[in-house]
Design a protein around this ligand. Structure first.
Ligand code: WT7
Length: 651
């Protein structure tokens, strides 16, 4: 397989282009290339026009109030996300259409029509109310990929209680920190979930987390596993989902929310050890998810749309739940691993439900490439008409493989760039319009203004590397960091005045297409998931044998990047393979399996500047086997030479 991260020179020479197939354009939701210019000339009007497609209890007064860095969209409006995702579809033929198609890892499955989903959401919303959950109360959700997860989200949205979903792969400690940061009163979890045939002990993790969360009064437990789960329910705190909804009415009015009321918090890693609670609000977020789903995925009434992400990440929020359901679409959701029971599971699911749109991550595509063509070849994939990718840069080889082996060479591939903070896709092809080039996310969505700039904020020439910035607010942009408004300003709006700093490096080519190069901050992108170097380092130094630690991202053939750590041990502690294993397990236990380092290198010392800052850049050079960059600011040059030698010996 070719390099995961091709050089930008190689990328910019990528000559292959794929104009949209004529038949695709003929039926596409957007066919008029004039949308870009029109939206550019009046971006507020462009978004206001989209807003007309939503249901409002009360129409908005003002489309945008922009006091950088604070945006308010559709002020004066009253709207409910759950109403837009459910009730609105109940009066016509969509009433009995499949809203959610759920496939469990063991092979069990369920289909919820819009009418059925609405009833279940109402019953659970009434259950939450019976526990005293009110508008504005935060509810943390720590669940496997089972239907109760979207039901819980839509119920929270219905009564105006912001949810904070914590990915089920996170550790008890990570869960505890996130609960405490937003002071949730209620936790929703399950007795477990299935992953590669094994039971993930979510309830046990939750119990451990709840030992240090004084605000949580109630924990609701959905039953996924049953008797094998062996959970213990704490009297007075824990309640079974089924018992809570028993006898609840299937009617629950949707709370008319202000456009700018908080819809959810989602924690993501930043440059410090403490995850940031990204805040999304009601109207703008819904609108962004709705509009991009409709245009980027060319969503139609009869589509069977499948996004393979976990709802614990923003991709699942926007493109499994809110975007597709706001469009009245059929959204597929799968509980488990792509290689269980075998490596053709994704393609078996596509065939079983005749999925027409598939949205996945480059990591998954590269894993499938490695497993070989025979797995997709076993299945009838002719239902697919559009493919999408998200989460990390996709190398042209993987893009081509996806197009050929999954899309049969006939489907457009949309490479979509966005972030937890942006809430919605911002750089992407429009499949009926854009001539694609493998490896490029192509152009900003209409109404979005992106640029590549240098340190001073000046635009760089085509082909030059720089920082990716956004020059205009967009409806689904984050509004703040929960409980830390200063960090919001500092993180995103301080590098350049009134301009959003993405944290990504990028280049623009002479066609005006964007090529995303990856993070320029201390964030590692492992398989499309964000991990901060500081989080890994704090986890390591928390171990009794560790004196100092530095972690970096190193290119990885499948995952894009993997975590590598350099560690100095305390006096008298011996380095050993056992110690390496122990430290890897320690990080996984502290944060979650996604943060487990691929490699740990023991060092006598770490390279530091004279002011004591660890020079991660040099460690990256060492790990990637590159010629060392500038070492003149090092306090002790010998340290680096020694490390480099040692690293090469170990390899
Ligand atoms: C970071 C955001 C947004 C959903 C999943 C990740 C990287 C995302 C792409 C893409 C190149 C991409 C960026 C971004 N990224 N999509 N199509 N091409 N890079 O959300 O965890 O908030 O991470 O993912 O580096 O900043 P996230």
């Amino acid at each position: 397989m070719a390099d995961t991260v091709p050089s930008i020179e190689a990328l910019l020479q990528e000559g292959r282009t794929f104009p949209p197939p004529e038949e695709f354009t003929a039926q596409a939701n957007v066919r008029d290339a004039g949308v870009y210019q029109k939206a550019d000339a009046d971006f507020e009007g462009f978004w206001a026009q989209w807003a007309e497609e939503l249901h409002w209890f009360k129409r908005w007064d003002k489309t945008l109030q922009w006091d950088p860095p604070n945006a308010q969209w559709f002020t004066g409006g009253k709207i409910n996300v759950s109403y837009n995702c459910l009730d609105r579809h109940l009066t016509g033929p969509r009433r009995n259409k499949a809203a959610l198609v759920w496939e469990g890892e063991p092979g069990d499955w369920k289909v919820y029509t819009y009418a059925h989903l609405h009833r279940e959401v109402c019953r659970f919303a009434n259950g939450l109310k019976s526990l005293g959950v009110k508008k504005g109360d935060r509810v943390t959700i720590y669940m496997p990929m089972i239907p109760e997860l979207p039901i819980a989200m839509l119920a929270c949205a219905r009564i105006g209680a912001p949810h904070s979903i914590v990915f089920g792969g996170f550790s008890p400690e990570s869960l505890r920190d996130r609960i405490n940061d937003c002071q949730a009163n209620v936790l929703i979890t399950a007795d477990g979930g299935y992953r590669r045939g094994r039971v993930v002990p979510l309830k046990q993790n939750a119990d451990e987390a709840l030992e240090g969360t004084p605000t949580v009064r109630t924990s609701i437990v959905a039953r996924r596993i049953g008797d094998d789960a062996n959970v213990s329910m704490k009297e007075g705190r824990d309640v079974w989902w089924d018992d809570l909804v028993e006898g609840q009415s299937t009617h629950c009015d949707a709370e008319p929310m202000d456009s700018e009321d908080m819809l959810f918090i989602l924690y993501t890693s930043g440059t410090t050890g403490k995850p940031k609670g990204v805040v999304h609000t009601t109207a703008g977020y819904l609108l962004g998810a709705y509009a991009t789903t409709k245009w980027v995925f060319d969503l139609k009434e009869e589509d069977v749309y499948w996004c393979t992400a976990d709802i614990g990440w923003v991709t699942g929020h926007s493109y499994i739940v809110y975007g597709p359901l706001a469009n009245g679409a059929t959204s597929v959701m799968y509980e488990g691993a792509p290689d269980y029971p075998d490596r053709d599971r994704f393609w078996a699911i596509v065939e079983k439900y005749a999925a027409t749109i598939v949205y996945t991550a480059p990591t998954a595509i590269r894993a499938c490439m490695r497993w070989g063509e025979s797995y997709p070849a076993k299945h009838d994939l002719s239902s697919i008409r559009l493919l999408g990718t998200v989460g990390e840069p996709i190398n042209p080889e993987a893009w081509m493989w996806y197009r050929e082996n999954i899309g049969g060479g006939r489907c457009p591939v949309v490479d979509t760039w966005w972030q937890t903070e942006t809430g919605m896709i911002l750089i992407t092809p429009l499949p009926g319009l854009t001539t694609l080039t493998p490896g490029s996310a192509t152009r900003p969505f209409p109404g979005v203004q992106a640029e590549v700039v240098d340190e001073k904020g000046d635009p760089v020439a085509p082909g030059q590397g720089g920082y990716l910035i956004l020059k205009r607010p967009w409806p689904a942009m984050l509004r703040t960091i929960y409980g830390d408004p200063e960090r919001y300003v500092e993180q995103y709006w301080s590098r350049y005045p009134n301009v959003y700093f993405t944290g990504d490096g990028a280049k623009m080519d002479d066609k005006g297409f964007f090529w995303i190069l990856g993070r320029v901050d201390d964030v590692i992108n492992v398989a499309g998931h964000r991990i901060s170097t500081m989080e890994v380092e704090s986890a390591l130094v928390d171990h009794r044998s560790v004196a100092e630690a530095a972690s970096i991202g190193k290119s990885h053939e499948v995952k894009g990047q993997g975590v590598v750590a350099f560690v100095t041990l305390k006096e008298g502690v011996e380095t050993s393979d056992a110690m390496e294993r122990e430290l890897k397990a320690h990080v996984a236990r502290k944060i979650g399996a996604i943060a487990r380092p691929d490699d740990i290198y023991f060092a006598a010392d770490l390279p530091k500047t004279r002011s004591g800052k660890i020079m991660r850049r040099l460690l990256r050079d060492i790990a990637e086997g590159r010629v060392l960059g500038d070492t003149t600011t090092l306090a002790d040059e010998g340290v680096v030479e020694m490390l480099k030698q040692q690293y090469e010996d170990d390899e």
